[in-house]
Design a protein around this ligand. Structure first.
Ligand SMILES: Nc1ncnc2c1ncn2[C@@H]1O[C@H](COP(=O)(O)OP(=O)(O)OP(=O)(O)O)[C@@H](O)[C@H]1O
Length: 251
């Protein structure tokens, strides 16, 4: 723990620290006669080490996606605090959160969320758009990423014509375009066969060695057994039931 000025002790700089995070969704009936609320996360406290691969597992509906979206500043918790690299970010206004989201996080979604009708290159450069860089510099960076993931020859192709594995690699390149410290992947291997899933894991292991922090939500036993995974956290009904270092097969 370190002290910011004369203020209270803060979590270490090399962590993402969640304290008592609760997320309640509230919805109302069409005529607003009745309000329903559902608590998707309940009092989650968790320290995530930077430069590590952390796996979130748990049955469908256990809260993995909700937790990832809160960590990635895409949603706010109903209560609780998040410290990102030692700094409290929960109470920041939306424009600051959006900046953290854009510069510090890269996202890989289950269905890749690539934009149909646009080329591979344009999909990869998309998250870089609101920046001070020239479009040439952004495109050069995108080309380097496409080259790294062996998909540069498809740069002009519309994404809907790519294979599943190619879409996955485009999604990884897009997640990296702003050179984020943290990569969030939600069910990243759900549509991949074993060979492509292994290839994806190799890419993640390489990114981890380069110093990236990786958070994965997954049901995939292949990921549970991956030697690259450093920490495993199991959720059930919105609560952490198991946290374990290193391999998590057999949890
Ligand atoms: N916007 C929302 N409004 C109401 N309930 C929601 C909302 N988003 C998620 N939920 C509920 O919160 C719970 C947790 O959902 P979440 O998507 O985080 O689970 P998950 O563990 O990622 O599931 P899966 O493995 O199926 O993707 C579920 O019961 C879901 O129905």
């Amino acid at each position: 723990m370190h002290r910011q000025g004369n203020g209270p002790l803060s979590p270490p700089l090399n962590t993402i620290e969640l304290t008592d995070i609760t997320k309640t969704y509230t919805s109302s009936t069409p005529r607003n006669t009745e309000k329903n609320s559902f608590t998707a996360l309940q009092d989650i406290s968790l320290r995530i080490g930077l430069n590590q691969i952390t796996l979130l597992k748990g049955p469908s509906g256990s809260g993995k996606t909700t937790l990832l979206s809160i960590i990635g500043c895409m949603a706010r918790p109903s209560s609780g605090r998040i410290h990102f690299k030692g700094k409290e970010i929960t109470s920041l206004p939306e424009r600051f959160l959006a900046e953290i989201r854009r510069t510090q996080f890269g996202f890989i979604f289950q269905n890749y969320n690539l934009i149909r009708g646009m080329s591979v290159l344009d999909n990869v450069t998309l998250p870089a758009a609101p920046s001070n860089e020239t479009s040439l510099a952004i495109r050069e960076r995108a080309m380097r990423l496409l080259d790294k993931f062996k998909i540069v020859s498809k740069r002009a192709q519309k994404v809907e014509h790519l294979s599943g594995g190619e879409k996955q690699r485009v999604a990884i390149a897009r997640a990296l375009i702003n050179d984020p410290d943290v990569i969030i992947a939600d069910e990243p291997t759900a549509h991949l066969n074993t060979e492509l899933s292994m290839e994806f894991l190799d890419i993640l292991a390489g990114l981890s060695q380069e110093g990236k922090t990786i958070l994965i939500a997954s049901h995939d036993p292949l990921i549970f057994g991956a030697s690259a995974v450093n920490h495993c956290v199991e959720l059930r009904d919105g609560q952490i039931v198991v946290r374990e270092k290193a391999r998590c097969d057999g949890l």
